[in-house]
Design a protein around this ligand. Structure first.
Ligand code: GN1
Ligand code: MG
Length: 365
């Protein structure tokens, strides 16, 4: 922690640092909570070390964050968030006035405001929370949909382009398998092989002009949505590193695959299912916010997006397992394999409920 404490000193917090502790459960970056002595003002801040394997050009993330927050700031007084508490994390500059600090070991650090009096949930507990999670994503899309996609840098080329992940898997699958989980490896390989056709469904719709690029959040999983501790309303959607041009269907799919799974990403596979009641509430909350700019084509691809993103995340976890756990942080051997099997189980549950999910979407249209 000595390095982290000394890095924290580089930032211009409004008071002396009391302590710095590990924080959150991200799979990519390292996150710390900084407590400062600043009565009666804000006394908590977020410090993060950006993962260089995932984000080779972290300066671009910070430039995107500036552009996005400035765009959103102008719309807060009149836009979808005008009658509710709504905040996005803001950048805390270094003592030298920079948006980030590059340490001499080349690690990349940034500090952000902490959104006070809120809680997040790895697992969505109720239809009310699900409705609010949908509202949060809808507000985010509504606030950002008119920011021209080319105003943001592509910080992660190919992110959520499923055919690329399949091509990467095919390269990884050539490596000889190790370990004693032969049956599970076979299950994953077969699950993937049975679903090769159609992995380009969203990209094809984009090429055909049925779907268009807008600004995406990129990672709207349950844990990234913050709820006000008193009103229980969603008040923020954090983790904006993957905000860039893309299909908002990636976000819709990711939010539903994450929020409708009562077992979470690390839970027992026997408890995984796609909860239709929660899906109905998310869609209701989300579509209320985006109706004004949503097209008929946008509605048509919601089901496919949910199914595809669950499959894609399984594919990403499995490929990383085969590659030797290079991308996602793992907490134990075979963690990525277990995560992959969880997402494939969820994908199968989504497929089994296709008709019902399509009916839920029609109901809201
Ligand atoms: C990663 O680091 P975290 O947990 O915010 C990943 C997402 C996955 C998610 C699954 C940049 O996000 O795409 O959906 O894990 N982020 C990146 O938990 O790859
Ligand atoms: Mg993330």
């Amino acid at each position: 922690m000595a390095l982290i404490n000394s890095v924290a000193q580089k930032f211009s917090f409004p008071g002396p640092i009391v302590k710095v502790t590990e924080f959150g459960s991200g799979n990519v970056n390292d996150t710390f909570l900084v407590n400062i002595d600043h009565l009666p003002g804000p006394d908590k801040f977020i410090l993060q070390r950006i993962n260089p394997t995932v984000f080779p050009e972290p300066e671009l993330i910070m430039r995107n964050l500036r552009v996005l927050t400035e765009h959103v700031q102008h719309k807060l007084a009149t836009g979808p968030a005008q009658n509710r508490r709504w905040q996005l994390p803001a950048i805390i500059a270094t003592r030298e006035g920079q948006d980030f600090y590059r340490h001499h070991d080349n690690s990349f650090w940034r500090a952000l405001t902490f959104i006070e009096q809120t809680a997040s949930h790895e697992i969505i507990q109720s239809e009310h929370q699900a409705e609010q999670a949908g509202r949060a994503l809808g507000i985010f899309h509504c606030l950002s949909h008119d920011l021209p996609p080319d105003k943001l840098y592509d910080t992660l080329p190919g992110f959520h382009v499923t055919p690329n992940y399949l091509a990467h898997y095919d390269r990884m699958a050539l490596q000889p398998a190790t370990g004693n989980r032969g049956a599970d490896l076979t299950f994953c390989r077969q699950f993937i092989d049975q679903r090769r056709a159609g992995v380009d469904i969203l990209e094809k719709a984009l090429r055909q002009g049925v779907l268009r690029q807008r600004i995406i959040h990129g990672d709207p999983k349950a844990a990234n949505i913050l709820f006000d501790q008193t009103s229980q309303q969603a008040v923020s959607i954090i983790d904006l590193d993957t905000t860039k041009a893309g299909l908002i269907h990636y976000d819709i799919g990711d939010c539903l695959r994450s929020c409708c799974n009562p077992a979470g990403e690390d839970g027992e596979h026997g408890r995984i299912e796609f909860r239709l009641d929660l899906a109905g509430s998310i869609l209701q909350g989300y579509l209320k916010e985006v109706r004004s700019f949503f097209t008929a084509g946008d509605y048509d691809y919601i089901y496919d997006a949910v199914r595809l993103i669950a499959f894609e995340l399984g594919l990403r976890f499995f490929s990383d397992h085969l590659a030797g756990d290079r991308y996602f942080k793992t907490r134990r051997p075979d963690h990525n394999l277990d995560r992959a099997m969880g997402q494939f189980t969820l994908c199968a549950s989504i497929e089994a409920r296709e008709k019902k999910i399509r009916a839920l979407i029609k109901e809201q249209q």
